[in-house]
Design a protein around this ligand. Structure first.
Ligand SMILES: C[S@@+](CC[C@H](N)C(=O)[O-])C[C@H]1O[C@@H](n2cnc3c(N)ncnc32)[C@H](O)[C@@H]1O
Length: 208
């Protein structure tokens, strides 16, 4: 990995930054999903979670965090530390320092009712994006929601991504792509039949 993935989070310090705006969209979707699933116990998997502020800030602001268990997969040691510190007083949050591109990283964490793929699809090859989407029926419970992001810099892959979700048995719930920013955030609900998770395949590797 060549990118300073801890430093990458510094753009969140500016509330006007595109990253902060993207975060608000993601957090809004997480909040809506929590409202919709209450009061049932739910399980979340965050792929390449970073410091996991998207999920953790939402949980911290709500009274029903105890019904949420989450597995946060992150490779960078400093980001793992930061996520663990942020989750310290929340029960049911496990932060794993793992390569989330390896299917073994997900053992025991699936099926998930919410899968977060924020900041992943812009950092892996198009083939790996497709492979990851095709693997999602093995990660999701029936009706699970996947929230994903992708920049729309040329070549804009967001249309292909939405098509691949459809082919994999997902129905689009939302797609946010502001005119004055390059990010997009999608949410897709799994309408197919969950598959058993098979731990022998590589999903992706970061190219940055
Ligand atoms: C673009 S950031 C996104 C972080 C967070 N999801 C967010 O949106 O704020 C990508 C994150 O993926 C992590 N990462 C990169 N390769 C990884 C891998 N193979 N397995 C797990 N995490 C990885 C980086 O350390 C970084 O924290």
């Amino acid at each position: 990995m060549q990118t300073d993935w801890e430093g990458w989070h510094s753009a969140y310090a500016d509330p006007e930054s595109a990253l902060s705006r993207r975060l608000l969209v993601i957090q809004g979707l997480i909040g809506e999903w929590l409202d919709r699933t209450a009061p049932e116990p739910v399980r979340v998997v965050s792929v390449c979670a970073g410091d996991a502020r998207d999920l953790l800030q939402v949980l911290r602001a709500r009274g029903d965090a105890p019904r949420v268990s989450a597995t946060l997969l992150e490779y960078n040691a400093r980001n793992v530390e930061r996520a663990r510190a942020a989750a310290d007083d929340l029960a049911g949050i496990e932060v794993r320092q793992v390569d989330a591109g390896q299917t073994a990283a997900y053992q025991g964490a699936l099926p998930a009712d919410l899968v977060l793929l924020a900041g992943v699809f812009g950092n892996i090859s198009d083939d790996d994006v497709r492979t990851t989407i095709e693997a999602l029926p093995g990660m999701c419970s029936a009706g699970a929601l996947v929230i994903w992001t992708r920049h729309r810099g040329a070549p804009d892959l967001s249309g292909n991504i939405r098509g691949w979700f459809g082919t994999a048995g997902f129905v689009q719930e939302s797609f946010t792509a502001p005119d004055d920013a390059v990010f997009s955030v999608g949410s897709h609900r799994f309408a197919g039949t969950p598959r058993p998770w098979t731990a022998e395949k590589e999903l992706f590797s970061f190219v940055r």
